[in-house]
Ligand binder design. Sequence first.
Ligand SMILES: [Zn+2]
Length: 231
Amino acid sequence: MTYREPARTTTRRIRIRRIRVAGLLVVIAAIAAALGSQLPASSSSTATSPTDVPRSEHRGLRSEHRGAPGAPGAPGERGALGEADGAVLDGTTVFDDEIRGVANLDPALLGALRQAATDAADDGVEFVVDSGWRSPEYQEKLLHEAVLKYGSEQEAARWVTTPSRSAHVSGDAVDIGPSGAAAWLSEHGAEYGLCQIYGNELWHYELRPEAIAHGCPSMYADPTHDPRMQQ
Ligand SMILES: [Zn+2]
């Protein structure tokens, strides 16, 4: 897990450059490629981490920046996905208003997350947003990648849903990492109305205001058991 610190430092540098020099996409792509090439090595050391699955999903998006325009498999300009689609950089927090993946979340969900993150910080736990709001295009891409990864639409549906059904696309869901933060939420989230919804996604939280008084509802084993996904 020691790789996180240098990665985060690099991320801050990327963010500053993105803000200051909007045109330096080539530099960003090079850094993203460098980051991406580090990930396979680091993921092997965290293979048992519950956040492995979403991180690998989002790695797919990052790798999108690697391909040169026009190269085989590379996106055209219109097909490229970035921050405007909800992609987040490593180390993004629930307080990062300038990141659309955070800013486009439902205000009530975001408020609860910020309260929880503030209290978690007192316990020495930092929340990182691995994914928040996503554009339909981003969701579609994640779904496409999941079908390739899991080999069938049926199996992919256990992890990634369609844009029209996704709580990420509607701004009602957030994936929180690292595993220590998810564990903190598992213990304290209900006090803020923040609930894990699916047994197989330890990082995926949605707002259930009634949980403050009554506790979180029982989880679905995975999204395919969620009635919202069967409409
Ligand atoms: Zn999620």
